[in-house]
Design a protein around this ligand. Structure first.
Ligand code: COA
Length: 388
């Protein structure tokens, strides 16, 4: 008699694990809604602060709610001396995601309400993480460059202040807008690997900072958030040459892609577990990249961008994901490549914490089953002496 076959959902592909009211990804229509609003509309019309409030509260804020949140957020941007000292103690050889992960954990240890699971305390903790993470990211990038910390400014919005802390000068409004767009697009994406990680940790009734710390670990991987760095490394490997035509750059990129695919390499920045006909966020981010290419006068990037995209489409019909246009956009703005995934962290703090609160509000321990395929039951040889 044959054993009944258990259906294995490798990678949980196709498994619907729970309800969520935070966002809806629709691969058939290539659409992404945050609390019902198309993400493209939000990116074009809202600040990241407004989108964060929408994700947490379910509704866009009115003027007074936004002003209250902005005042709170601006008052909590600076890092404690203790956190700065801990960041200083980390070697600059470690990945900046290790610094983010450590900082999220320290921010929990420092938070007097860390163990308070009430919805009010959870929301306040989410606000504090949102406010502090940009300073973590910028401080780390600056110390690696041997530069002094730039203190936050309370007269600038989230994105303008982020760029101020990173580079020590006020960014052009066009750059602030493109950065805001990237934050909005990176904010939330249903049950992706890091968000699901955060929900698993929350389901054990652990605390919010533990869930965010674990989520940062999941995001670090190149199959997830780390892809935006890997995309730019591909561009750098190809060589960004100001002296070649679009057609020449495109041809080089196509040849590189053909070789990579022939060698069966996964090319970062392409493909998606849910979207199979293109990522809904790419056109908006690509438009922001195009504006940044014009702003910084770097048209030579486009030949490489188009060449890789076309070659992948022709060979496998696989489309770019959000990381593909986001990587070169952050590079043009002047961020170091290993800082790209930490930028994603700063954005996704919003989605993670919205999901953590949703999970906690209607919790069930997340604990799937597995089908055992190891050795059949066996026994120690008789008379085996006990190790001393
Ligand atoms: N480069 C080359 N081939 C790819 C690919 C990529 N980026 N993404 C998918 N494929 C191919 C696989 O090799 C496989 O081909 P095969 O059937 O001939 O073996 C097929 O497409 C299915 O891929 P699979 O990895 O099983 O799909 P998935 O749904 O598990 O993968 C990703 C989704 C995101 C993990 C995958 O597309 C990937 O690794 N992309 C690169 C990393 C990345 O950009 N991540 C950011 C996601 S937002």
């Amino acid at each position: 008699m044959t054993e009944p076959q258990t259906e294995i959902h490798k990678g949980l592909a196709g498994v619907v694990a729970d309800y969520t009211a935070v966002s809806k990804v629709n691969p058939d229509t290539n659409s992404l809604l945050y609390r019902g609003y198309p993400v493209q509309e939000l990116a074009a019309n809202c600040s990241f602060e407004e989108v964060a409030l929408l994700l947490w509260n379910g509704e866009l804020p009115d003027e007074a709610e936004l002003a209250d949140f902005q005042a709170l957020e601006r008052a909590h941007r600076a890092l404690s001396p203790e956190l700065k000292a801990i960041i200083d103690a980390l070697p600059t050889t470690c990945h900046p995601m290790d610094v983010c992960r450590t900082a999220a954990s320290v921010l929990g240890a420092e938070d007097p309400e860390a163990e308070d699971p009430s919805p009010e305390a959870e929301l306040r903790k989410a606000h504090m993480l949102f406010a502090a993470m940009p300073a973590v990211v910028c401080y780390d990038q600056r110390r690696r460059r041997g530069q002094d910390l730039v203190e936050p400014r309370d007269d600038l919005g989230y994105s303008a202040n982020f760029l101020w802390m990173a580079f020590g000068e006020e960014a052009d409004p066009a750059v602030v807008e493109a950065f805001n767009t990237s934050m909005v697009l990176y904010a939330e994406h249903s049950f992706n690997a890091s968000t699901f990680t955060a929900r698993v940790v929350t389901s054990t009734m652990s605390d919010l900072h533990s869930a965010v710390t674990a989520a940062i670990g999941a995001l670090k991987g190149p199959l997830h958030g780390g892809a935006n760095e890997a995309v730019m490394e591909t561009f750098v490997e190809l060589g960004i040459r100001a002296d070649e035509s679009h057609a020449e750059a495109e041809a080089r990129a196509k040849a590189w892609m053909e070789e990579a695919l022939a060698a069966k390499h996964k090319v970062m920045g392409f493909g998606h577990r849910v979207y199979k006909h293109g990522d809904s966020r790419v056109p908006t981010m690509k438009a922001a990249l195009d504006r940044m290419i014009d702003h910084y006068g770097r048209p030579e990037l486009l030949g490489l961008y188009d060449g890789l995209e076309k070659a992948m489409d022709e060979a496998k019909g696989i489309k770019p994901n959000l990381d593909y246009p986001a990587g070169p956009t952050y590079w043009l703005m002047g961020f170091d490549i290993p800082t790209f995934t930490p930028l994603f962290v700063a954005a996704r703090i919003t989605g993670w914490t919205a999901h953590i609160m949703e999970q906690a509000a209607d919790n069930s321990l997340i604990r799937p089953l597995s089908e055992y395929n190891g050795p059949a039951e066996r026994h120690l040889p008789g008379g085996r002496p006990v190790a001393q």
